[in-house]
Write a protein that binds this ligand. Structure first.
Ligand code: OAD
Ligand code: ZN
Length: 246
């Protein structure tokens, strides 16, 4: 697809960029998305796995599911979309990633400022004494247990839980202060994360959506670019690079 000239101009004149990302940015790395026809929530019900009471009821099952996802994530690599965002750091003073993903791929691609709204699959903590276990925890069919006897859980946000306050506050500030707000590979239906789109809009930022299809928010953005993130974002970087004469 051809990126409209006015979009490139808007980006070039920006001082601060925010990339708000969801599962779709990691789809090309081989990590399944949640919704849509191939989404994992079609096969598994979130309320049976991704909430605290499900965990207390059946910690081994919830661990098995996260362990399975962890393996997929370990075997995957950042894709062209993650790298394109990281490359933007060469051209702009402030490039902030606000992600709903728990997969670490932005960090592995080299992005420096990353706010994680839904936690991180690499971290775990004891639900009783809050000790963190960040190293690889061995999972052998049984949910791991802390020295204190408490159950250890993955440090991810489950349905019905609050987002990490510091990460959300920093994200709101970024959405409020940016010139261009990208919305990449997210269905933008899960709140409060999706509210950041409206925070950015209210603050007067130029909103650019990148998605393989139209979403709930497509009508509320300035530009909706339909296509794969791994193709569109590198094209944007190239256009920026050419205009800046690098
Ligand atoms: P979804 O699965 O809801 O949405 C993924 C979006 O990515 C869809 O709009 C797809 O059209 C789009 N997409 C797929 N492949 C793409 C590609 N190659 N390039 C661009 N776009 C592509 O995932 P999220 O919006 O991230 O929360 O879901 C939000 C939250 O719901 C997740 O963080 C998770 C889930 O429940 C928690 O676990 C708390
Ligand atoms: Zn403990």
């Amino acid at each position: 697809m051809k990126i409209p000239e006015q979009v490139i101009q808007k980006i070039l004149s920006a001082r601060s960029l925010v990339f708000f990302t969801g599962a779709g940015i990691s789809a090309e790395s081989g990590i399944p998305i949640f919704r849509g026809k191939d989404g994992i929530w079609n096969k598994l019900k979130p309320e049976e796995l991704a909430n605290f009471s499900a965990f207390l009821r059946n910690p081994d099952l919830v661990w098995e599911w996260y362990n399975h996802r962890k393996q997929i994530i370990h075997e995957s690599k950042p894709n062209a979309a993650h790298y394109a965002i990281a490359r933007m750091q060469e051209y702009f003073n402030e490039v902030i990633v606000v992600t709903q993903n728990i997969d670490n791929l932005h960090r592995r691609a080299g992005s420096k400022i990353i706010y994680e709204l839904h936690g991180n699959i690499e971290r775990n903590y004891c639900v009783k004494c809050r000790t963190f276990y960040n190293e690889e925890l061995a999972f052998e069919g049984k949910a791991p247990v802390c020295k204190c006897g408490g159950l250890i859980r993955p440090d991810v946000v489950w349905f019905g839980e609050y987002l990490p306050q510091d990460q959300f506050t920093a994200s709101e500030e970024a959405a409020n202060n940016c010139d261009v707000f990208f919305i990449v590979g997210t269905s933008a239906v899960v709140y409060p994360a999706a509210s950041l789109v409206y925070t950015a809009r209210k603050s007067g930022a130029f909103l650019i959506e990148v998605n393989i299809e139209e979403t709930e928010i497509s009508r509320n953005v300035n530009e909706s670019l339909i296509g794969k993130a791994g193709e569109i974002l590198p094209q944007i970087v190239e256009a920026v690079m050419n205009k800046q004469g690098r």
